[in-house]
Design a protein around this ligand. Structure first.
Ligand code: ADP
Length: 497
């Protein structure tokens, strides 16, 4: 396994060691077929290193390990001990947060300072939060009359598969592992092929924390191969997925065609951000800016349709542009960088083609629209105006630093336009009028509505989508429901046939 350890040099000169094998049964191993794949630094377009690639045979191996761990060990481990291990894991993430943030930045292109102060803080918080739940999961007594005693147990499902994306690699890993482990399941998790490194580093911490072998298995690989093998596996009882709506559809189909495993999906969005004339304009601009450009626009919640009341539209647009010009795009390891590169050539090309489509559809490219620099997948912050709801750039998730800013007159128009989407992940309303805030937040069909803020997520608060943005909720207590089976036990206390 030592030959799988790679020494990676950061742009800062620091060296980090990562084991690049598949993590199965608490060991790093080569893939059965000996395959590897490249992971690329999106800021330089250069190879970082090769990582073992899981194929269906490796997924079988990981599922066997997880099944055995569940049956022989984990289902007998009580909640207090599961909680203790999760707390230990959180402590180790905290100890190594600089290294983890650096790997995250290197592999995904997000700014190191943001990875450290936002992503890693969230990861630690999430694991601690679910550690706290591990010994507080229990069923109920159900009153069924004097002759019977009825109770429910909230039992783990068994082996769960988890497939995560590249935009928040470690946050996604913790959001997925936390509730699964707290509820007593074992896991086979596939990181995205673009960003396997922080997950592999986390795997060493899982081992160090003392989780029994096979409880958590981490298997980097490609979606159509390793991902499909998870979605179609007969011994996996549930799959949790975060990613594109198209892939979510395919996973649901795979589950339906095989063992009807339970599926939770956290998918795309095209979220409206509605700004009224009575809002605190400076605050609204800062939040709207962060709402769409955070993580280079690679957020499922991105507030990519901004609707501004007509009386303040021109002022808003001007100030929004100034805000954009004050932020730095560049090397993720520079301390003042706000925006790094897009994740990959594929995403870069896809975003650029959306920008071309917007122009062809007749929208005005008010700002940006071009590649930034000549190396790395950087894209200028882009604003479209003169848009209408039928345009592709108003309907499709672009997943890049591109926003459409348009006008509305009345509350009703804002609600109608806000809801003109197949998605329903998030929305925001900026107003000082409480009644209006209530009215809008009730009327918008989205899993989260922010009032006078944007992208403000909390581990306690459920997160998920209406409509084609997904199935189920993550975060908070709500997530636990999706990782347990409810068993009803009915006991005869004298009931006669
Ligand atoms: P993107 O297109 O932005 O890469 P995806 O939704 O395709 O987003 O990817 C999110 C995750 O889903 C990744 O881990 C990827 O490997 C995985 N994935 C992609 N296609 C499939 C598939 N057909 N079945 C299962 N997982 C998949």
């Amino acid at each position: 396994a030592d030959c799988l350890v790679q020494k990676l040099a950061l742009p800062t000169g620091k060296i980090i060691e990562v084991n690049t094998g598949l993590f199965i049964n608490n060991e790093f191993v080569k893939s059965v077929e000996g395959k590897t794949f490249e992971t690329i630094d999106p800021a330089t377009e250069k190879l970082i290193c090769n990582v073992a690639e899981a194929t269906a045979k490796d997924i079988d191996r990981a599922v066997d390990a997880a099944t055995e761990a569940f049956e022989k060990v984990w289902q007998h481990v009580d909640g207090k001990e599961r909680g203790r291990l999760l707390y230990k894991f959180a402590e180790l993430i905290e100890r190594d947060k600089e290294e983890l943030a650096a790997l995250e930045s290197l592999d995904s292109g997000k700014a190191y300072s943001i990875a450290l102060t936002q992503d890693l803080v969230a990861c630690i918080d999430i694991i601690r939060y679910y550690a706290g739940w591990a010994d507080k999961i229990h069923g109920k007594v159900v009153e069924t009359g004097h002759n019977k005693f009825c109770y429910t147990r909230h039992e783990p499902i068994g082996v769960v598969g988890q497939i995560i994306p590249w935009n928040y690699p470690l946050v996604m890993l913790t959001v997925k592992l936390g509730p699964a482990l707290a509820c007593g399941n074992t896991v086979v998790l596939k990181p995205a092929e673009q960003t396997p490194l922080s997950a592999l580093k986390a795997a060493s911490l899982i081992k160090e924390a003392g989780f029994p072998p096979g409880v958590i298995n981490i298997v980097p690989g490609f979606g159509p191969i390793a991902g499909t093998a998870i979605a179609r596996h007969m011994k996996i009882g549930k799959v949790a997925f975060t990613g594109s709506t198209a892939t979510g559809r395919s996973i649901l189909k795979d589950a339906a065609e095989t063992n009807l495993k339970k599926v939770t999906l956290e998918l795309g969005g095209k979220s409206p951000n509605i700004i009224f004339e009575d809002a605190d304009l400076d605050q609204a601009i800062k939040w709207a800016y962060y709402g769409v450009y955070a993580n280079h626009g690679q957020c499922c919640t991105a507030g990519s349709r901004v609707y501004v009341q007509d009386s303040i539209y021109d002022k808003f647009l001007q100030k929004f542009k100034e805000c954009s010009q004050s932020k730095k795009i560049g090397n993720p390891f520079d301390p003042d960088t706000f925006q790094g590169p897009q994740i990959s050539k594929t995403q870069f090309d896809r975003i650029m083609s959306f920008i071309e489509t917007g122009k062809k559809e007749g929208a005005t490219c008010f700002m940006g629209g071009k590649r930034h620099g000549d190396k790395g997948y950087f894209i200028e912050q882009t604003i479209f105006t003169d848009v209408n709801e039928d345009m592709k750039i108003m309907q499709e998730e672009i997943f890049g630093p591109v926003v459409a800013i348009s006008k509305f007159k009345t509350d009703e128009e804002a609600i109608e336009k806000g809801n003109m989407t197949k998605y329903g992940l998030a929305a925001a309303v900026f107003t000082k009028d409480v009644a209006r805030a209530f009215k809008l937040s009730s009327a918008i069909k989205a899993g989260t509505v922010w009032v006078n803020c944007y992208n403000s997520v909390d581990t306690n608060a459920p997160f998920g989508g209406y409509k084609e943005s997904g199935h189920g909720r993550e975060n908070g207590k709500y997530a636990l429901e999706h990782y347990t089976e409810v068993k009803t036990v009915q006991i005869n206390l004298g009931l006669k046939m």
